[in-house]
Design a binder for this molecule. Structure first.
Ligand code: AHR
Length: 330
């Protein structure tokens, strides 16, 4: 039953953990569910898990999917059904309903946006299937919609980016390239950044939906609309990389004429930092499949878990070296 008086949002920080290690494997994402095993649900110690990934929109997402698949293996006692929603909420809702029909033991998912989950979360709850929420947050009227959430502190990432801007470019005229509108990553990065730099420094905003192509298109339009803009805050590396193409095509120098601050720290983003095209990158670590595995096992066994687990992030400026980039795992 829905409690209309209270919304739950997975965001409070209680524990910091550092996600380590990445074993490469192919994502094989085609928008369809793929099962790594044909074993029966929950038998012989195997935990049957349905994982709904929101898409494959960015380098971060690809690394996150690889980490999840490297950890949720038959060797680790998991019978995984993995589904890629291609950034469409209706695909995710369908996948979650399929998991209910399959009678999985645990559902894990990374929600593409925060709202619109009430009905399906209630159905999962009625089916008594525990939920491990991954990466992004939900805003729902369902009481106790998930057992535990593992992800980054997006608001802190926005604040870190904003503090660097205030310290290094206090008079900047900022264009903000937002991620998927209504996603936890967009809402919270924007909240943290805007509060830190001050709204009067932001000359314009547009969404690039966390993709390189849409980031480029949004930047092309912004260069026309806001000719006095001299600093870009992009909510992820991919949009920032797309923006570089637009800036160069307009005859400007990324990293000089337009200072670029991004979030993620994937290898391509850090390479742009070494190449002096990006100026500052706040990390969002995607490699936490081992924490997800641990949470799923504990949830399945009925062990106590923290309500939230925050994945540790750092930040990089142009002092990063080529050797650091070459050593990057994703
Ligand atoms: O939710 C995490 C964000 O999603 C990453 O910063 C972005 O690259 C991805 O699309």
């Amino acid at each position: 039953m829905l409690n209309r008086s209270r919304r739950t949002r997975g965001i409070a920080a209680t524990i910091a953990v550092l996600a380590l290690g990445l074993t490469a494997c192919s994502t094989g994402s085609d928008g369809k569910a793929t099962s790594t095993s044909t074993a029966g649900g929950g038998q012989g110690g195997t935990i049957k898990v349905g994982f709904s990934q929101l898409g494959a929109e960015s380098g971060w997402r690809t690394a996150n999917t690889e980490s999840v698949k490297a950890s949720l293996t038959a060797e680790n006692g998991i019978d995984l059904t993995f589904s890629d929603a291609q950034q469409k909420q209706e695909n995710q809702i369908k996948a979650l309903r399929d998991f209910i029909d399959q009678g999985v033991d645990v559902i894990a998912f990374s929600p593409v946006v925060e709202t619109g989950w009430d009905e399906v979360l209630q159905e999962i709850k009625d089916a008594e299937i525990p939920v491990v929420l991954v990466d992004r947050t939900v805003d729902t009227l369902v009481v106790d919609p998930y057992v535990t959430w593992i992800g980054a502190d997006f608001e802190a990432e926005g604040i870190t980016a904003g503090e660097w801007v205030v310290e290094n470019h206090p008079d900047a005229k900022i264009f903000e390239l937002q991620g998927t509108l209504g996603s936890g990553a967009q809402v919270d990065r924007e909240t943290g950044f805007d509060a830190t730099v001050g709204a009067d420094h932001i000359v314009g905003k547009a969404s690039g939906n966390f993709t390189r192509a849409e980031g480029k298109a949004a930047m092309e339009a912004a260069l026309q609309a806001y000719p006095d803009m001299n600093l870009l805050f992009a909510h992820n590396d991919d949009m920032g990389l797309g923006a570089i193409e637009a800036i160069e095509a307009a005859g400007k120098v990324p990293g000089k004429d337009i200072i670029i601050v991004t979030v993620d720290g994937v290898r391509d983003g850090l390479q742009a930092l070494v190449d002096k095209k990006f100026n500052y990158v706040v990390e969002c670590n995607p490699v936490f499949g081992d924490q997800i595995l641990d949470a799923i096992k504990k949830v399945h066994s009925g062990a106590q878990l923290p309500r939230t687990t925050i994945v540790f992030d750092q930040a990089f400026d142009q002092t990063i070296t080529q050797a650091d980039v070459d050593a990057r795992l994703y």
